[in-house]
Design a protein. Sequence first.
Length: 397
Amino acid sequence: MPLQVVQPRIRGFISLTAHPEGCAVNVRAQIEVARTLRAHAPGPRTVLVIGSSTGYGLASLLASAFGYGSQVLGICFERAPEGDKGATAGWYNLAEAHRLARAEGLHIETINGDAFSQAVKTDAIAALRERFGAVDLVVYSLAAPRRTDAQGVTWQSTLKPIGAPYTGKSVDLRSGTVTEISLDAATPEEIEGTVQVMGGADWADWITALRDADLLAEGARTVAYSYVGPRATQDIYRHGTIGRAKEHLEATRQALHEMLHAHCRGGAWVSVNKAVVTQASAAIPGVVLYMSILFKLMKARGTHEGPIEQIVRLYRDHLRPGIEPHVDAAGLIRLDDLELAPEVQAAVDEIWDRITPENFDELGDYAAYRAYFHELFGFAWPGIDYDAPTEINRPLV
Ligand code: NAD
């Protein structure tokens, strides 16, 4: 069994290494929060989570399995350990989730492959048919740079403004200082590519495939995750290429809602979630600076939440069987209500306008952001001896 000392090897918004025991601690901490859902049972019996290994999808898997006792099939795209090469953080997260599920008599399975492909959809349908039965809840939580569609066309996702170039504040992740970035406006092809990857097309393919396989239980629900965000990032986020994709996702919801209602008296929702530190959000220009400001303000108000707190709230207040989700005028579940509270956003705006490299440490909390970022990869967790060798070959039992 390969024992190794694992240290962070950060390159921009990714760590090339992940600490298995740190990832396990992260998962156990989230499970503690997930267990609070037991007081709000029953939950869905069978859950499919597409994008189950990190971020909001991992939180959805943990809340389902350890909160409600649901059986969960998860889909993700992670690197397994091989020889003396360690796995990705998402793999180690799931290794711990599988280990604990087995110890507690819960049923979690994972398909590690490209969720956009027909092959993985076919495998998922076979697994559901053979070992799970029809699904009550489908969580769609993919964040991906590219997608090859059913016709074999490969689309790339881009993070760019639309209509005009963008110049704005950001954080240089290498030096940890405030800097200015400039981005060209997206071409029509880049807009289309982003919509094809991060819009609703693949979500619709999944739900249609499950319906055609007769694997949607009576009253089956599906939810996909979206983001709106603040004024400070709107040129790059909500009014940019990724915002266009989210509009497509939100429009797809309507069609899926009607389809599910007609098919099994179910429904489809989009939940607009809060900004949290994940591998996906770390890659978005301006968002790291925004989170460094936002988290400090929300912590001071006692309203800060991470992915698991958000998903526990989503399940408890909106998605559990027997209750109707509360939606805004556009039909969206708004878990970003505390983030977008007017007094929070007024404070963000005020700080954003006057933040500079000189006052960044005082006005923002980049140290907290960095700690969250390291935690994603299993680093910076208290109680772990990072100089000690650890087992890197951890299977999904
Ligand atoms: P993440 O990077 O933490 O997770 C992405 C997941 O997708 C991982 O499980 C990964 O393995 C999986 N994945 C990626 N490509 C795949 C593929 N081809 N096949 C199978 N699995 C694949 O991302 P996240 O931040 O949790 O984002 C999930 C969703 O939540 C996205 O729709 C995102 O826009 C939304 N969201 C994120 C935030 C935020 O601040 N992070 C806020 C609101 C909404």
